[in-house]
Design a protein around this ligand. Structure first.
Ligand code: NOJ
Length: 557
């Protein structure tokens, strides 16, 4: 007998769903989403088939960065309910087999956090070294992350006459993780949430966290900031053996490898693949699979026990910072041509369906890719029904609009008469009248029905999360043809980035006349020749998921 050893690495084949409690469902009618609302939609999420929820920050906040400016790591934002409501939600999620990960924002706090209030009260404060203070800002500074709001990463605190570092907004002073007392606080925070039952963390702004550790000079400096990331990982594994650290690391390939902990993989378990995401949009803009192929092939060789998290959109701008100026201009021209669609000179504040002009073929092709590129797919709430954005909202807030549940008042998000979030609901062709859960649940051909089927097939095809990736040679530049192979199983995936139909001639490794390709989305099967050759047709923007099977294969069903 052979065993299939996936160990405790559940996240290697998870389907992650990111949501913000604030914008999901308002159960108490005050115009803001809440834990009770989310609890009432747990069955919707379980039936959708996602396996892990990523809850965006729900902690007590000063409200300057949509929850990413925390004033108390141990408290929930009272607008969303009571701590007890969160615990109840965790219990419900667990009862439906859903795992929950939460944002871990430890690069900075809010400037209203009691630690910072104490830190800035005097240079002698015991909390002074919780943050990063300097008499003068260093001459060489990285560019501010939010250049529309900040001119520098250092802010003068008049009272004590020193500058504090803030890599994001000035209302988010950076914690000094080179200070052992701060590292203890962070361990306590992680330990607290782990004890409460979370299955891991989405770690915010990881490179910035380590950079702070690196730049602090003097006795307290960490000799190797990556040792700190290793320490966080082993601490968490000691507390909860199978907990995941999913890191936000938008860096070049060689650095990504470092953040996994090198080939041994003892730092982050998972990283969002920002490079693949950006190149995918370039491929879409050019109708040429080339950039995406290059991105996937340039992934560093990592331990088999780490994973890439794939995404088409997230809650931030669609950043294009890793493209060249010319490439970025191409993507802007294709998907965000107007100034109001762009931010920070590097990103687009739109969701996918409007960017693709509502073309269902193209939209579905992208989600097919999302679920069939090697890795773990991450959905942002509303993607499953094809929501659009509200460009009247400022910057990144354009894509953080309320979930659209039905065509009724306020899109079924809230029955309050008025609230800023109600004002934020998407208007026009992507508004709740035409894009909502209720209608789509009744229509198997809807985007929601389609995403459900993708999830089913992803979950039934462990090769997609675990498999070895290979690009198959064929002659159409617009086509990505790849295989994923694992534990004796093989799937062949085809995606056409162009509007014109094509016939793709391929050779399938290990295929011969005793094997067929069985289409997972239709009943069709395609017979291979002796050399494993096959011709497969693809519609314009078409895709196929094909499993290599033999007559007596038990993988067939
Ligand atoms: C990254 C988060 O994704 C973003 O939304 C936030 O503004 C910054 N980190 C600062 O926390």
């Amino acid at each position: 007998m052979s065993i299939v050893d996936t160990g405790d690495l559940w996240w290697k084949s998870a389907v992650v769903y990111c949501l913000d409690v604030e914008t999901f469902l308002d159960w108490n009618g005050d115009g803001v989403g809440d834990f009770a609302g989310l609890a009432h939609r747990i069955d919707y999420l379980a039936e959708l088939g996602v396996t892990c929820l990523w809850l965006m920050p729900f902690y007590a906040t000063a409200g300057r960065d949509d929850g990413y400016d925390i004033v108390d790591f141990y408290a929930v934002d009272s607008r969303f309910g009571h701590f007890g409501d969160l615990v109840e939600l965790m219990r419900l999620a667990r009862s439906r087999g859903l795992r929950v990960i939460v944002d871990l924002v430890i690069n900075h706090t809010s400037d209203k956090h009691p630690w910072f209030t104490a830190s800035r009260s005097s240079r002698e404060s015991p909390y002074r070294d919780y943050y990063v203070w300097r008499d003068t800002p260093p001459k060489k500074q990285p560019k501010p992350v939010f250049p529309d709001q900040e001119k520098s990463n250092w802010e003068l605190d008049k009272k004590t006459g020193q500058y504090y570092q803030h890599m994001f907004y000035k209302a988010q002073p950076d914690l000094n993780v080179a200070n052992p007392a701060v590292r203890d606080e962070i361990a306590k925070i992680m330990g607290f949430w782990a004890e409460l039952g979370v299955n891991g963390f989405r770690v915010d702004a990881v490179p910035f966290l380590l950079e702070t550790a690196a730049i602090i000079g003097g006795d307290g400096a960490l000799p190797d900031p990556h040792e700190y990331l290793q320490a966080l990982r082993s601490f968490l594994s000691r507390r909860v053996g199978d907990a995941v650290l999913l890191g936000e690391v938008n860096l070049p390939r060689e650095d990504q490898l470092l953040f996994f902990g090198g080939p041994d993989g003892d730092e982050l378990n998972m990283q969002f693949d920002f490079i693949t995401m950006q190149k995918m949009y370039l491929s879409l803009a050019r109708s040429d699979a080339g950039p995406l192929v290059e991105a996937l092939q340039s992934r560093p060789v990592c331990s088999h026990d780490v994973q890439w998290a794939n995404f088409a959109r997230n809650h931030d701008e669609l950043t294009l910072d890793k493209l060249t100026d010319e490439e970025r201009a191409e993507v802007f021209a294709a998907f965000g041509p107007e100034k109001r669609m762009q931010v920070y000179g590097r990103g687009i504040v739109r969701r996918l369906p409007p960017m693709l002009h509502g073309d269902q073929r193209r939209i579905r092709m992208v989600y097919s890719l999302l679920f069939s590129m090697p890795g773990t797919p991450v959905l942002f709430y509303g993607e499953e029904i094809g929501m659009g954005e509200n460009l009247a909202r400022e910057g990144r807030m354009a894509v953080r609009t309320p979930m659209q549940w039905n065509a009724g008042r306020n899109g079924g998000f809230s029955n309050a008469k008025k609230s800023p979030l109600i004002d934020a609901i998407v208007d026009g062709v992507f508004g709740p009248d035409r894009v909502n859960v209720e209608d789509q649940l009744r229509d198997p051909d809807s985007q929601l029905g389609f995403i459900k089927r993708l999830i089913e097939h992803y979950r039934a095809s462990p090769e997609l999360g675990w498999g070895t990736f290979e690009v198959l040679k064929q002659k159409h530049p617009a086509v990505l043809a790849h295989t994923l192979t694992w534990d004796g199983g093989r799937v062949v995936l085809l995606h056409n980035f162009a509007d014109e139909p094509v016939d793709v001639h391929l050779r399938v490794p290990d295929g011969d006349e005793s094997t067929t390709l069985s289409d997972l989305f239709t009943d069709e099967t395609v017979q291979l020749t002796g050399a494993g050759a096959v011709d497969i047709s693809l519609e314009g923007y078409g895709f196929r998921w094909l499993r290599l099977v033999s007559e007596t294969d038990v993988r067939r069903y």
